[in-house]
Structures are given as structure tokens and as C-alpha cells.
Ligand binder design. Structure first.
Ligand SMILES: N[C@@H](CCC(=O)N[C@@H](CS)C(=O)NCC(=O)O)C(=O)O
Length: 338
């Protein structure tokens, strides 16, 4: 027994060191000429293929921003659609370079699971959706209910915690694939479906009768969602982290895809640094000085991406809430590009 355990640990270490020797992610991405992003299989507003097969969403824009930083070209990316359960193996095995897929940053994922959270592109919380005709106003009325949930998620863990803390019972119905779990819920196989509230809102838009469902007010947890990389390549980690900060900081300084060329003439030293008019930031990251200019020009700033995918210009019509800038009542706060 003891030997088997040691052998398993040895195998895990071997895999980790083989991967490390295979070269850094930054160099590998540069060499192959595109970034491979792990995305969800289809969550409206975050990552979903449109009728022409083009991937759209806040998480896709995160991936495009990384491509813009690396290649001055936001189209230099490919996606690997992954279920919640598949995503970490895909990252650990090197099948993808970065996970840009509604993933919650947690201590365990950042330590023993071999990954690193590079920031937060959507502050969320876990919620629960039920049919309106159940006539309930609170999740506390769900005693004895069957609840649909996806495995390999924080959702599954929070669900158990919340019901235990509230001393009520539930029966989990665990289904891996999102389309199957949604079908199960709509066909009445479970009384409720739980996931991140953004995911509930996105999924509801795909229901045959969205108005027949209600998202209950409870927030089971904090879900800071953001891109994750493998441990062991700080330069790549920085590219991902600072691509996200560039999206957010551009919004803070009023730089948009429409005015970015005008902004090149700005006398604001922050704007000059972000756009590479004052050189240095690109060099520090190991990329072109126009990296953030290219992000804003080709992808837009964080606010533009939010509006297009989740806000008023989208089917979701979600309020900015916590995802508003820090100086406008939210907690979106980019570290300084300097
Ligand atoms: N934020 C949670 C849950 C994320 C998650 O996987 N959510 C589901 C429900 S919205 C999802 O994205 N499914 C899409 C898929 O499986 O393709 C986590 O990181 O564990």
C-alpha cells in the first residue's frame, strides 16, 4: 500500500519535471505561433460558438487579449472546449497553454493542483435556479429537493457546505456535461440547478421558456473567476496577468477601441506608458511595446468587452455590480502598468 502511494507520487513528480524540461510555455507559444486556450463548452456571454462557429464571450476576449500581447494579433488563438471535470488535466498535461474559462481561484488549485490564478475577470457568486411554479422565494425552502450540479467544481463543494450549514437536506444529481445537466433540469429530473450566477443567467437565455424560471436571491459563495496557468513559468504567468490588467486599466483611463489612436497623443503619463508611447513595459514583459495598444485596438477594453458580451449590448443584460471599476463602486482594480 505504502509502496503504491510512493510510486504514484514518483510518477506525478516525473510528469511535472518532464513538462518543465519540455521548455517554457512562453517559448512554446511563441514558437508555435498561437495560444491554445481551454474554454467552456458553451456558456452564453463567456465562451460560446456563434452560428458561424466563431467563439464569443468575456473569456474568449481574455484569450484574444493574450494573443494580442504575444503576437500583436488577437486572432492568433485556438480553443479547446472543456467540461469542468476535464479542464485541470488539460492544463496540467500541457494540452492547453491557459485556462480562460469561468474558473474560481482557490487555495487548493493554486497549490497542490499545480496551477496559478492570474487574476479575476469576473467576480461572481454561486446561486440556484428553480421553476417559478415551485413557488419558493428562498433556497432555504429546498429541504429534500433534488439538485443538479456538475462534478469537479467548487459548486459541488459549496452546495454541500451551504445545505449542511443551514441544516437542510438535498439529493445531488451529478451530471458532467452542461447541455445534459440543463436538459435534466428542464425535464424536471431535478428541482433546482446550481452554478455560478453568471452561468445561471447565461443558461437561462437558452431555455425554451426562460420566464418560467427564477434565480433565487441566495449567494452560496464567493466565486472569483479568472484565467489560470500551470505553475513553473513566471513569464507566461505575467503575460496572462498583465493582459487582463491592460483590459481593465484601459477602461479606467478611458482608452477604448474607438479612441485608442487619438489616445496615442495623450499627455497623461499613465496612458503613454500603457500604450507604449513611453517604452519599457513591453520590454519588461518580453513582448512588443504596442502590446496593450493592440489589446485595446483589437479586443476593446474590459468595459467594452463586458457590454458586448454580458451587458446592455448582449442578451444577458447583467449589471456591472462588483465588476464595475473600483472608482465607480465596484472592485475591478488593475494593478498599475508602470
Ligand atoms: N466556477 C466554478 C464552476 C465553473 C463551471 O464549470 N461552471 C459550469 C456551469 S456554468 C460550466 O462552465 N460548464 C460549462 C461546461 O461544462 O462546458 C469552478 O471553477 O469550479
Amino acid at each position: 500500500m505504502k509502496f503504491l502511494k510512493l510510486a504514484a507520487v514518483g510518477a506525478a513528480l516525473l510528469t511535472a519535471s518532464t513538462l518543465a524540461q519540455a521548455g517554457t510555455t512562453f517559448d512554446n507559444v511563441k514558437k508555435k505561433g498561437f495560444v491554445q486556450c481551454g474554454v467552456s463548452t458553451g456558456v452564453t456571454g463567456f465562451s460560446i460558438a456563434d452560428s458561424k462557429g466563431q467563439w464569443q464571450g468575456l473569456d474568449i476576449d481574455m484569450c484574444r487579449a493574450i494573443a494580442a500581447t504575444m503576437f500583436n494579433d488577437a486572432t492568433k488563438f485556438k480553443v479547446s472546449p472543456l467540461t469542468s471535470q476535464q479542464r485541470f488535466t488539460a492544463l496540467q498535461s500541457g494540452e492547453i497553454d491557459v485556462l480562460t474559462r469561468n474558473t474560481t481561484q482557490t487555495l487548493t488549485r493554486d497549490t497542490t493542483q499545480g496551477m496559478l490564478g492570474a487574476g479575476v475577470n469576473y467576480y461572481d457568486s454561486q446561486g440556484v435556479i428553480v421553476r417559478k411554479d415551485l413557488n419558493i422565494k428562498s433556497a432555504k425552502e429546498l429541504n429534500g429537493a433534488t439538485i443538479c450540479v456538475q462534478p469537479g467544481t467548487t459548486t459541488e463543494l459549496n452546495l454541500a457546505d451551504w445545505f449542511r450549514a443551514n441544516k437542510i437536506e438535498f439529493k445531488p444529481v451529478v451530471i458532467e456535461k452542461l447541455d445534459e445537466v440543463l436538459r435534466a433540469f428542464q425535464s424536471g429530473r431535478c428541482d433546482a440547478f446550481t452554478t455560478d450566477k453568471s452561468g445561471l443567467a447565461g443558461s437561462r437565455t437558452t431555455f425554451e421558456h426562460p420566464d418560467n424560471y427564477v434565480i433565487l436571491p441566495e449567494e452560496f459563495s464567493k466565486e472569483p473567476l479568472g484565467p489560470m496557468v500551470r505553475q513553473g513559468d513566471e513569464q507566461w504567468f505575467n503575460v496572462v496577468r498583465w493582459s487582463l490588467f491592460a483590459l481593465v486599466e484601459a477602461e479606467e483611463y478611458g482608452i477604448t477601441s474607438k479612441n485608442v489612436d487619438e489616445m496615442l497623443k495623450s499627455t497623461n503619463p499613465n496612458v503613454q506608458r500603457i500604450l507604449g508611447v513611453t517604452p519599457g513595459m513591453g520590454k519588461n514583459l518580453g513582448v512588443d511595446e504596442k502590446w496593450a495598444y493592440n489589446i485595446v485596438k483589437q479586443v476593446g477594453n474590459y468595459g467594452e468587452s463586458f457590454d458586448r458580451n454580458l451587458g446592455d449590448a448582449s442578451v444577458m443584460k447583467l449589471p456591472r455590480g462588483l465588476n464595475q471599476q473600483w472608482n465607480k463602486g465596484g472592485i475591478m482594480y488593475a494593478w498599475p502598468i508602470r
